[in-house]
Ligand binder design. Structure first.
Ligand SMILES: Nc1ncnc2c1ncn2[C@@H]1O[C@H](COP(=O)(O)OP(=O)(O)OP(=O)(O)O)[C@@H](O)[C@H]1O
Ligand SMILES: [Mg+2]
Length: 524
């Protein structure tokens, strides 16, 4: 059965998958938004232009109404100072029957309403003459809107004609083509079938455009998505292999994209991968530069260290050849011994370099086995017995256990003991003491054995401590004393313990002593 936590995690992943923000999803949302907006805009614009078109048609059809009425009816008396109300009433009645959208007004020359035949009083006593004059002058450019005396807040299309007696302008006949009845009918037809059909058509077009757009988007984005997936797989594989190689904790953001719960679209993912890769390239360039620098330094050190004993051997041999006759027996033996020492040193250096390069090679794998650590320590001490006795140095092996089995490479760990104890002998004055301490790590389960090697020697300066494990690092005083030192001993120790995943630490007090400590996996 799946644990509750895992089930919740599964649900979370599903949800994340559903709302996964791919580029296609984002573009689809944008497309749907654009289609909805443009549909609304088309609907509103269509309505506006349709109304304008209707007005133009209505005004064109009824353009000559006013002219016709003024020709047929005598609406003002001969003097031109009073309207013919009876004629107006009749006219209005007939107009309402023939054309219900028309409302007839009689205006004086200044635009004042002097008579009308509406049952209710009008709200505007005066109308603007400008549109009326424009209509009379050029009745082709339509629609023209004029004041509606019934509702001055609205402008309406109209027909108009001048009323003249002989040549004298007596007023205007103003026929508004948007009567109360017209507005009422127009309002009731707003939801007419043709209007609903227009809305349905626009919605259908919107859906078709959206679906087509989505299909086209998916087709266009397909290669980009596959490229992004390939790059992501490549970078995730690299990340995992990096994690196997170096046990460092990767940032969560990097791992989440590899677990498939990224909320980023393809372009953002490509951007991330590009940034990651450029960072890696930058780091690798840095590493190459550093490695190149270290390599140059190493070559310089190696050539220097090889040349010194070699030229010393050459020097003694040359002296022996040149001064052969003048040298007595003891001098000859001394020179040969010195040449021998230098050649031994050369061999030691070449041997250590060879050992280090073997440990450095990627195929270097410790040969793990279970063995007794204390036995190995005694064996090593026995090998170094002569050096210990020569310097009168005592040693102690401290442990509360009789048998401590570790799981490690026996010959490599022996090399670690050898190098550390040899250093302790070298840097401890006569009659000093070396202590080897074996302890278990605290806790109920003993999973590691702690090993420390301390001496009562000269100690190491605080400022030198960070460098003692570097290759070719030696205490500058050593060379002065002419010791057979290569500066590779601790570098070999560190590399061997790295292969056992065990860090080594050092503590030192000047003139008191030095203590090295590391641990190995318990095999008991
Ligand atoms: N126990 C110690 N006490 C004091 N100084 C030490 C001790 N162990 C190491 N050092 C310092 O660290 C330096 C580096 O040690 P390392 O063993 O790498 O080189 P080395 O002893 O000089 O030469 P070799 O490669 O022959 O061992 C030494 O030169 C010495 O100055
Ligand atoms: Mg050493």
């Amino acid at each position: 059965m799946m644990p509750i936590n895992d089930r919740n995690k599964g649900k979370g992943n599903k949800l994340a998958g559903l709302i996964k923000s791919t580029l296609a999803t984002r573009l689809s949302i944008a497309l749907i938004f654009i289609v909805i907006l443009s549909s609304i805009a088309t609907l509103l614009a269509g309505q506006h232009w349709m109304e304008r078109y209707n007005e133009e048609v209505a005004q064109k059809l009824n353009a000559s109404i006013a002219m016709y009425i003024t020709n047929e009816y005598e609406l003002v008396n001969k003097e031109g100072d009073a309207p013919n109300l009876e004629a107006l009433r009749r006219l209005s009645h007939q107009a309402m029957i023939i054309n219900p959208i028309a409302e007839v007004y009689l205006l004086d020359t200044k635009g004042n309403v002097i008579a009308h035949a509406l049952p209710d009083p009008v709200k505007a006593a005066k109308v603007s003459l400008e549109p009326i004059k424009a209509f009379i002058k050029n009745p082709q450019i339509l629609p023209i809107h004029g004041t509606d005396p019934r509702d001055p807040t609205r402008n309406q299309i109209f027909s108009a004609a001048e009323i003249r007696n002989q040549q004298n302008l007596q007023g205007y006949l103003y026929v508004v083509l948007g009567s109360k009845l017209h507005s009422e009918i127009s309002n009731t037809t707003k939801d007419s079938q043709s209007r609903s059909m227009a809305v349905i058509s626009i919605i259908m077009i919107g859906i078709i455009v959206t679906l087509t757009g989505l299909v086209i988007f998916r087709m266009l984005i397909k290669p980009l998505r596959s490229l992004s997936q390939q790059i992501q797989t490549f970078s995730c594989n690299q990340l995992r292999s990096d994690q196997k190689g170096t046990p460092t904790i990767q940032p969560a953001s990097k791992l989440s994209s590899c677990d498939g719960i990224s909320h980023k679209d393809e372009i953002e993912q490509l951007e991330d991968v590009f940034n990651e890769m450029s960072n890696q390239i930058e780091q690798q360039f840095k590493l190459i530069k550093e490695t190149d620098h270290t390599r140059r330094e190493l070559i310089a050190n190696i050539s220097h260290d090889l040349r010194t004993p070699l030229s010393s051997v050459q020097g003694y041999l040359e002296t022996l050849i040149i001064k052969d006759r003048s040298l007595n027996e003891s001098e000859r033996t001394l020179f040969l011994k010195k040449a021998m020492n230098s050649s031994n040193r050369l061999c030691q250096l070449i041997g250590e370099l060879f050992e280090l390069s073997k440990l450095d090679s990627p195929s270097a794998e410790p040969n793990f086995e279970s063995f007794s650590l204390i036995e190995l320590a005694y064996d090593t001490l026995q090998e170094l017995e002569i050096d210990l006795t020569n310097k009168g140095i005592n040693y102690e092996v401290r442990t509360a256990f009789n048998n401590l089995q570790v799981y490690a490479d026996i010959s490599l760990i022996q090399r670690v003991f050898e190098n550390l104890i040899r250093n302790a002998i070298t840097y401890t004055p006569e009659n000093g003491i070396i202590i080897l301490d074996f302890d278990t790590t605290s806790g109920s389960a003993i999973d590691a054995i702690k090993i420390s090697i301390s001496d009562s020697g000269a100690g190491i300066h605080k400022q030198d401590l960070p460098y003692i494990f570097d290759r070719f690092y030696r205490d500058p005083n050593n060379s002065r004393e002419g010791r057979n030192s290569t500066g590779l001993g601790l570098a070999i120790v560190k590399r061997i313990l790295e292969l056992h995943n065990s860090p080594i630490t050092v503590e030192s007090i000047i003139d008191k002593g030095t203590r090295f400590e590391f641990s190995l996996p318990n095999a008991t």
